[in-house]
Design a binder for this molecule. Sequence first.
Ligand SMILES: NC(=O)c1ccc[n+]([C@@H]2O[C@H](COP(=O)([O-])OP(=O)(O)OC[C@H]3O[C@@H](n4cnc5c(N)ncnc54)[C@H](OP(=O)(O)O)[C@@H]3O)[C@@H](O)[C@H]2O)c1
Length: 398
Amino acid sequence: MDAIRHHTFGPPEVLVLEQVPDPVPGPGQVLVDAVAHGVHLLDTALRRGDTDAPLPLPSLPAVPGREVAGTVSDVGPGVDPAWRGRLVAAHLGPVPDGGGYARRVVTGVGTLHTLDGDAPLEPASAVALVGTGRTAVYTLDVAEIAADDVVVVTAAAGGLGSLFVQEALHVGARVVALAGGQTKLAALRGLVAGPGRDGRAPGPGHVDRHEPAGRDGSAPPDADRLALVDYSVDGWERAARAALGGERATVVLDGVGGELGTAATALLTARHAPGQAPHDAPAPGAAPGHTAEAPAGASRPGRLITYGWASGAPNRYTSWAGDDRIRPADGERGFEVRYVVGPDAPPMDDPRAYQQRAIAHAASGRWRVATHRVPLAEAARAHRELEERRTVGKVVLV
Ligand SMILES: NC(=O)c1ccc[n+]([C@@H]2O[C@H](COP(=O)([O-])OP(=O)(O)OC[C@H]3O[C@@H](n4cnc5c(N)ncnc54)[C@H](OP(=O)(O)O)[C@@H]3O)[C@@H](O)[C@H]2O)c1
């Protein structure tokens, strides 16, 4: 069978298409003929041999990948033969060399999600949901976004970011979406608006044809509550503050870290109107640390939700190990830091339940899935494009 392997750690080109023996399903397992294979930023770190990655480095040669979707072609001992022919998706577990970048994959029958039921999902979308989608559900549980929140999302056109934007709009929040470049922002706008809603194509990221639905299942998410800011442009913070209309953000969802994530986090403390400096004194009569006008979501402290460091550097506010509460300084407002990755993250009990919720959101149309699709044989290109920030949505090998 076709499989992508690497025999050394290094640049994307170490990923090569090879012929390897078909795996054989053991007791309780099935063989899946895969047509879609999920790709993660983490896969690029493991391929490079980055020892700081959250998973151990694989033994070489390795077949990367932990998410697949396709058709069950065989079953092992003890598995109901009725599984043969079912369209399924599966997460192969938190391992560095899960074998997901291969056309045939063996996995336990208990990992399968069927895609051919009442609300059929196409395989490329399903692989986005069993991994990235489940992380999105988990992160959103931690974030506790409500209708009175003002939510800032970094890498908002990415695999996770595009789901966060949709869900925040779904619950009625306002959203300031930050992404690197107009192409990404246009794709995100198309994802939220939906193909056909404004008569335009949704942009370069592929979009599933699930009809968008709103809170009551009938209305589309309100694109009017979405502001798009290109943070590859100098001075983007001013545009972001203008989009906030003088209020502070109440939630920042950051998976980028570094300078961008830190600057985005500062929007939790931005109390000034557009045109003012970030830490101007409070308006006359206002108590220190408070705005003259009540900001949205003021009943709860602001939250920085940290779910990754795509830039390779920490968000400054997440490097304060042992003190995850930023103390309000003079003229600043305090906010919480909630971790979704790393030792301070709450455990993800029952990952399968999160997968099911993500799949249900897509099947119902609550979430639309953007995917950046690359042929399996060109896995090296997929890695390069992901590392060079040239993807929209979840990267999927097909
Ligand atoms: N997917 C998951 O299941 C999962 C699980 C746990 C943690 N995470 C973390 O969540 C974050 C987002 O993951 P994702 O899978 O949804 O990826 P993604 O957002 O689809 O892709 C990464 C995006 O991060 C931004 N970025 C900024 N600096 C970057 C850099 N130096 N190199 C690469 N990308 C950079 C880019 O968007 P802009 O150009 O718009 O900035 C890029 O498109 C990552 O930190 C990841 O490690 C993901």
